[in-house]
Ligand binder design. Structure first.
Ligand code: GLN
Length: 193
């Protein structure tokens, strides 16, 4: 599977490495025409306001909405989760607004700006290693959204059909199982296209 990583800002190289380790082909995507032939795309962590602004500037809002409408999967990690959400607390507008959920940015407060933990993820056998850095939380989910993981009772991972989102950075450890999970989503989507 050819998996793109949106390369406008943020943790791009680490995702490409993890995709390769998980057996996929990782490709940095800087222009919308590079989406042709891509089976799934990751929107990485970074700074969601900056990523959103650059996405508007380079035509990625419309292009990625069309990509998702074709049934191709999108995985938003950390800032990428914020980019996927329909609603962002305290902000007028979202970015892609594809997932029926509300998110809060920088939701862990100063004491817990960054930490690593082991998370139980639905559908994955052993706990997954997760690195949280100025992470967002999903404060509510609407119809069609399945919660895949919680941390101390708060939602940190969810899926809505071909859309996957997590609060943490799955690309910063040598645990590649979330990339394997996403590659499987891309394979399943390709099989019905
Ligand atoms: N705090 C960032 C934001 O709100 C997200 C942090 C991250 O991606 N590690 O955009």
């Amino acid at each position: 599977m050819k998996i793109g990583v949106l390369a406008l800002q943020g943790a791009v190289a680490e995702h490409i490495r993890s995709i390769r380790q998980a057996g996929g082909e990782g490709v940095a995507i800087k222009r919308t025409d590079e989406l042709a032939g891509i089976d799934g795309i990751i929107v990485p962590g970074g700074e969601s306001t900056t990523i959103g602004k650059l996405m508007r500037q380079y035509g990625f809002i419309e292009a990625l909405r069309a990509f998702a409408a074709e049934g191709k999967p999108i995985f938003g990690t950390c800032a990428g989760l914020i980019v996927l959400a329909e609603r962002i607390e305290g902000q007028e507008d979202g970015h892609l607004q594809l997932m029926n959920m509300t998110v809060a940015r920088n939701a862990f407060g100063r004491q817990r700006e960054s930490f690593e933990t082991a998370l139980d993820v639905a559908g994955v056998e052993e706990p997954v290693r997760a690195v949280f850095i100025r992470a967002p939380l999903i404060t509510s989910v609407g119809e069609g959204v399945e919660v895949l993981a919680t941390y101390k009772g708060e939602i940190v991972m969810a899926r809505q059909g071909n859309l996957l989102a997590c609060s943490y950075h799955p690309e910063l450890t040598d645990d590649y199982r979330m990339h394997t999970y996403f590659i499987t989503m891309a394979e399943e989507a390709a099989a019905v296209r």
